[in-house]
Design a protein around this ligand. Structure first.
Ligand SMILES: Cc1cc2nc3c(=O)[nH]c(=O)nc-3n(C[C@H](O)[C@H](O)[C@H](O)COP(=O)(O)O)c2cc1C
Ligand code: SF4
Ligand code: SF4
Length: 382
């Protein structure tokens, strides 16, 4: 049953919440998923090796002590494994192959099962990269794009798993999107500790794809940092090995946040340099020199067009009200987490909850980005 608290979809797949189990070769099978990730919105099984060359590479990796799924009949296994995941959780299958045909066969299987195919362009083990699979795909974007186009020809929902900070991530994200992928699964790895939050923000601003992010998430604070830079979903791998209760805890926290706030991945304000373009929903009327100017330019809008776009959206909604606020309308008001008695007084008078206010701001952010990117005119322009 879809959880109505979240409205999360990727093609024909409904995700009940924005927490995922990330793939770990030799570890994340249906048993592991059912035991440690039954609450998750998505479990990603695999990676599975679909052809002889990747199977040989996996055997070599196993021989030097890495865990890997070794199987001579991967298609039968994938079919069985998808069916074995407890109903209610969406399933993706992470795969590698040195040729296209096995990828197309796997895509047909996952499509028939209502699942997602995830192409592994992430594995950096020499045995895989030396045969042109895993991370090697990042260095041949035309070939990667062609694989994506062909897989999408099957109609399967497709995720592409990439490692950040290897190539030009913005170009990569744009090419993956234009080739037709539905989901970008970004390991936001950076040198040293932790995840590259700035990278997530930049990738968010460069693509409309459903964005799953990971790296080093071991508590809700780390997941929230990714959500507030634009991740639609956060996935966890090693953290689950250390803390078997991690996924349940993350799911419970994100549900609470969504109930209270109405927008679990609300962006940061733009002033601090941390907010992605969705943060324009919280920006003031553009009357001063501040970071809003640069963001508006990024979208190819003038200050007047931006103001019209926001006011156009506000008409007929509760955001239209708020005479007593700084700029005369809630449409220019700050995020609910920033304390303000003026805004809160208006919300109370109107009888709007914090969550309802934030849901309207989310719709406003979608409106700004959709209209700016498609070059659509506002009512005021017509
Ligand atoms: C033991 C292990 C095996 C992994 N196997 C795969 C894999 O088969 N395919 C893949 O795309 N990523 C694989 N990954 C990468 C993870 O999915 C994830 O991107 C990475 O570990 C960073 O997330 P984390 O900090 O939550 O672990 C593996 C990671 C680990 C630790
Ligand atoms: S318009 Fe307001 S909220 Fe936006 S960046 Fe400028 S000062 Fe910050
Ligand atoms: S009234 Fe409060 S919430 Fe609205 S713009 Fe001013 S400071 Fe921000």
């Amino acid at each position: 049953m879809p959880d109505e608290l979240f409205d999360l979809k990727a093609g024909y797949v409904t995700l009940k919440n924005p927490i995922a189990l990330a793939p770990m070769g030799g570890i994340t099978d249906s048993n592991f998923a059912n035991e440690y990730a039954s609450d998750a919105g998505l479990v990603i099984l695999g990676g599975y090796n679909l052809d002889e060359r990747t199977q040989q590479a996996a055997s070599e990796m196993l021989a030097r002590g890495r865990e890997e799924f070794i199987c001579k009949e991967p298609f039968k296994l994938i079919e069985k494994e998808i069916r074995a995941v407890e109903p209610g959780t969406a399933v993706a299958v992470n795969v590698r192959s040195s040729t296209i045909e096995p990828l197309l066969m796997a895509a047909e299987i996952v499509k028939d099962a209502g699942a997602i195919l995830e192409l592994d362009a992430h594995c950096r083990q020499e045995e895989m990269t030396s045969i042109g699979t895993g991370e090697a795909l990042l260095h041949d974007i035309p070939a990667l794009s062609e694989l994506i186009r062909m897989i999408k020809g099957t109609g399967a929902v497709l995720s592409v798993k990439v490692r950040g900070n290897v190539v030009d991530d913005i170009r990569l994200a744009k090419e993956i999107e234009s080739a037709g992928a539905d989901i970008l699964h970004l390991d936001a790895m950076k040198k040293g500790e932790g995840a590259d939050l700035e990278l997530i923000r930049e990738v968010r601003d460069s693509t409309c794809m459903f964005l799953i992010c990971n790296n080093s998430v071991t508590d809700f604070g780390a997941a929230k940092d990714m959500f507030s830079r634009g991740a639609d979903m956060v996935s966890v791998a090693r953290g689950v090995l250390k803390d078997p209760g991690l996924i349940s805890q993350l799911v419970s926290n994100v549900k609470m946040l969504q109930e209270d706030m109405g927008w679990y991945n609300a962006p940061k304000h733009i002033c601090r340099g941390e907010g992605d373009l969705r943060g324009l929903a919280f920006c003031c009327l553009p009357v001063k020199q501040c970071p809003v100017r640069g963001k508006i330019r990024e979208l190819g809008l003038t200050a007047q067009e931006f103001a019209d776009l926001k006011m156009d959206f506000a008409k007929g909604t509760m955001l239209e009200y708020g005479d007593s606020t700084c700029f005369g309308s809630l449409v220019w008001c700050c995020k609910i987490s920033r304390p303000c008695f003026l805004r809160d007084g208006v919300l109370e008078t109107l009888g709007i909850s914090d969550a309802e206010y934030m849901r309207l701001k989310k719709e406003l952010a979608d409106h700004i980005l959709e209209h700016a990117r498609s070059g659509k005119q506002t009512k005021a322009d017509r």
